[in-house]
Design a protein around this ligand. Structure first.
Ligand code: SF4
Length: 341
């Protein structure tokens, strides 16, 4: 394709999405090759789509790693796998008081949501009971929308989380179906998809994304985006690999900033109504381009640190988000209905 052809394609895709239509797989494939001199047109088109469907709404989520390490799964990127010489801290389920204090701190720091995350494929019944009791208390005592990310989930647990005040559940697909066996061998892609379907079936908002830089091709990134669109997820965290010492991907080379921005823009064009969050690895991989990601289709971030790595100060993030033109004090989306309307 000539440069003019890319400009025409970007414009026609944008116009169709703004009119309520969808990008075709073949068009997204073609846009992967957008030449650098036209990249800003692609980013600007994604930004306009974000403005149309999400406005100035910004989703900032703060996490607590409520149980760390000791995981029997073998996800290639993860320092919490007991199969790696991981550097992540190792501890069992934290106390109710610690979760409550973290939720209060998240609210104080300006987070719009608070997410409780635990390592491992799933929690024991005893741990799940303790955690739901803690979340009920957070729900009563701290006015902040609640997310949870506790591994695989069945209908009963999804319903109990909803009854405890959780409105969104995170379970990432991580990468494309055909790349997944290179990333994890201890469970299947279908197990992950099943949990996402269960979450949606129980009326929770589904937060589901992945990590770019796991050795996948650009086409496999599109596979992930189209799979998420087909599932109808509400929120898509996009992590960028920050290689952890001792993991199988410790020597992987993460993507460059312009490639990350192009990926963010294509995810926005494929998932026009979803919240798209730049998540783990954003500081180290995007560097000076972080703010640019917020004008390339993203409308959210994880703030205040990640599961096994630290972030930067909330105040710095707050300034960046405000300067990028977002509203930080809006009423956050609390239900799937609100998110997908
Ligand atoms: S990503 Fe989750 S399931 Fe996979 S090794 Fe890490 S903690 Fe375990």
């Amino acid at each position: 394709m000539e440069a003019n052809d890319y400009a025409t394609l970007i414009q026609s895709v944008e116009e169709r999405i703004l009119a309520g239509g969808a990008i075709l797989r073949s068009e997204a494939e073609a846009l992967l090759d957008t030449p650098d001199e036209l990249l800003v047109r692609l980013l600007a088109a994604a930004d306009r789509v974000r403005i149309r469907f999400k406005g100035g709404e910004f989703d900032s989520c703060s996490l607590i790693n409520a149980r760390s390490g000791l995981c029997g799964e073998d996800c290639a990127f993860c320092a919490q796998s007991s199969r790696h010489r991981g550097s992540a801290p190792v501890y069992g389920l934290v106390s109710e008081e610690e979760i409550l204090a973290a939720a209060r701190a998240a609210k104080e720091a300006g987070a719009t949501r608070f997410c409780t995350v635990t390592s491992g494929g799933t929690l024991s019944d005893v741990e799940f009971d303790k955690l739901t009791a803690a979340l009920e208390r957070v729900s009563r005592e701290v006015q902040i929308p609640l997310d949870a990310s506790l591994g695989f989930l069945d209908e009963n647990r999804a319903r109990r989380l909803r009854e405890s005040g959780v409105t969104r559940y995170n379970h990432n697909l991580e990468t494309s179906r055909d790349h997944y066996p290179a990333i994890c061998t201890t469970h299947t892609y279908d197990q992950r998809v099943d949990t996402v379907r269960t979450v949606l079936g129980e009326g929770l908002s589904a937060c589901c994304g992945g990590i770019i830089g796991l050795g996948e091709t650009a086409h496999q990134r599109l596979d992930l985006a189209f799979t998420l669109a087909d599932l109808g997820v509400d929120c898509v965290p996009l992590n960028i690999l920050n290689p952890r010492p001792g993991t199988r991907l410790e020597n992987a080379v993460p993507p460059q900033p312009l490639e990350i921005l192009k990926t963010v823009a294509l995810f926005r064009l494929i998932l026009p109504k979803a919240t798209i969050k730049i998540a783990g690895g954003r500081e180290v991989n995007l560097g000076d381009f972080q703010g640019m990601a917020l004008r390339s289709g993203a409308n959210g971030m994880i703030i205040g640190g990640y599961l096994t790595t630290s972030g930067r100060g909330e105040e710095q993030d707050r300034i960046m988000v405000t300067q990028a033109g977002f509203l930080l004090d809006h009423e956050p989306c609390a239900s799937p209905a609100a998110v997908t309307a």
